[in-house]
Design a protein around this ligand. Structure first.
Ligand SMILES: [Zn+2]
Length: 488
């Protein structure tokens, strides 16, 4: 290995729900810069953790630029997006020549006035480094991949799991391919097959449903020597932009015809399975009834339509209200974003009684604020270390209070948070798996850590910005016709 090789690394990650009224700014990304990236991401089970491990093992110099990721929400303002792009550009420029660029991206990011956020970034990086320097990226399984993205990279590695527990492994693969490309042992080329389909994200898990067959076929294609990687992208339907939709991306070693052929073939399978992505949910009333009557817990009520992991505010009250109308006990709810309630709980103090309206304050789509009276149980700073997905990375959900109301322990947070890691409960004094009912504001990533311990998962049809019922959204910019909005 030549010791002088140097690769720039960056992460900019956001899944943008363009229907959200919550704008996203730079601070929401918890950005870290330069050498700090080693401190924050080194040793974590993330894409950047994978980049760092491989490049160090191969004695490749690392040029760290920026690593920034925000909880899904509305579009990021243009100025902050441009600042993040500039930070990468300056990072590459400032150190003189780099031999390659590795990017950890989501693929469903939208900035104000820039619907093609990742495409714009990749194009800019390509223009900067020229065509002879490899640019390789990782993408989320929910990426909305476009041609401008694939035309400006040498290879793409999409997550192969949902819940996404392979972030580190994909980072390792991408960095490994970077090294192979730099040493001339691989010459990756990329083909994209985009489909006129925009399924809801509710049935995109890789352990059941249509993704099982798709990823099996992808693995089979990858067993061919000339095939480097096959990614299946379900896409993200809560973005009113032209590049929505599912896709297949195939990377081969120098054989563009084969890449095109395989992406078309697997795209055909994806299209033929489209109806299997749809799923019936359980009404709020039936779901709560079923959970209350269950002989054994924990029963998980998944509030899939108010999933902060997809850009919803995480302050919906509809399921909470239904539970309060029943005689329940031993229920845990994570989490309701309500900074005002957190403030009041802190003023009230642990063991004090708090009466106020909580939740339903971001917009009119997630139920009215609900009047509660309960005891403050715990107060924390809302920081904890992930032990499930993104293991090792620190979460910060803002100051946090637990309010116990009629047998329901409600976690109140300052920031929106999808409780995919049970640490959110434990950090706040609750053992989630001892609960009879757990209400989780999450679409599906919670399953990795919770499903082995739960008796049943009920996906609840409450209202919200991540409802699988796409007819509730007023699309104006997506290409039509598109399935399932149009009968294709
Ligand atoms: Zn995803």
């Amino acid at each position: 290995m030549v010791l002088t090789l140097r690769v720039a690394i960056a992460r900019i990650s956001h899944e943008t729900n363009t229907f959200s009224t919550v704008k996203t700014a730079l601070d929401d990304y918890n950005p870290c810069y330069g050498e700090d990236i080693f401190q924050v991401y080194g040793g974590t089970r993330t894409e950047v953790g994978g980049f760092i491990d491989v490049l160090r093992a191969k004695d490749v110099g690392i040029v760290p630029t920026i690593a920034a990721s925000a909880t899904p929400s509305g579009p990021i303002n243009r100025r902050d997006f441009e600042f993040m792009m500039e930070t990468i550009v300056k990072g590459i420029h400032g150190t003189g020549k780099v031999d390659g660029v590795l990017l950890s991206l989501h693929g469903a990011m939208v900035a104000e006035g820039i619907p093609e956020a990742e495409g714009t970034l990749l194009q800019k990086v390509r223009q900067l480094v020229g065509s002879s320097i490899p640019v390789i990226c990782t993408l989320d399984l929910h990426a909305m991949v476009s041609e401008i993205m694939t035309e400006n990279v040498n290879a793409v590695f999409g997550f192969e799991t949902n819940p996404h527990i392979d972030q580190y492994e994909r980072g390792v693969e991408a960095a490994g391919m970077m090294v192979s490309t730099l040493t001339g042992t691989a010459h990756p080329v990329v083909a994209l097959k985009k489909l006129p389909m925009m399924p809801p994200t509710i049935n995109m898990r890789t352990t059941e449903g249509p993704m099982v067959q798709l990823f099996n076929e992808a693995r089979e294609m990858e067993s061919r020597e000339e095939v480097i990687n096959v990614s299946v992208f379900g896409g993200f339907p809560y973005a009113d932009v032209e590049r929505v939709g599912s896709s297949v991306v195939v990377v081969t070693d120098g054989d563009m015809e084969l890449a095109k052929q395989l992406s078309t073939d697997l795209g055909g399978v994806l299209w033929s399975l489209r109806k299997e992505f749809l799923k019936d949910l359980v009404s709020v009333e039936n779901a709560v009834d079923r959970a209350v009557r269950a002989a054994e817990g924990p029963i998980i009520l998944a509030d899939v339509a108010d999933n902060p992991g997809g850009g919803a505010p995480g302050d919906g009250t509809v399921i909470l209200r239904a539970l309060l109308e029943k005689d329940v006990e031993n229920v845990g709810l994570a989490a309701i974003k309500d900074p005002e309630a957190v403030e009041r709980a802190i003023e009230t103090g642990v063991r004090g009684t708090l009466r106020m309206k909580i939740g339903g304050k971001t917009d009119k789509l997630h139920g009215e604020p609900v009047e509660v009276c309960g005891q403050v149980r715990t107060i924390t700073d809302g920081r904890f270390i992930h032990k499930a997905m993104r293991r090792g990375l620190t979460a910060n959900v803002g100051r946090t209070a637990v309010l116990e109301v009629k047998g329901i322990e409600i976690i109140l947070t300052e920031k929106s948070h999808a409780p995919n890691d049970p640490e959110i409960f434990r950090r706040n004094g609750i053992e989630p798996f001892d609960k009879t009912i757990l209400v989780l504001k999450s679409r599906g990533h919670f399953r990795a850590a919770y499903e082995p311990f739960s008796k049943e998962v009920i996906e609840v049809d409450a209202p919200g910005l991540t409802s699988p019922n796409l007819t509730l959204f007023e699309y104006q910019r997506i290409p039509r016709p598109i399935w399932p909005l149009d009968d294709l």
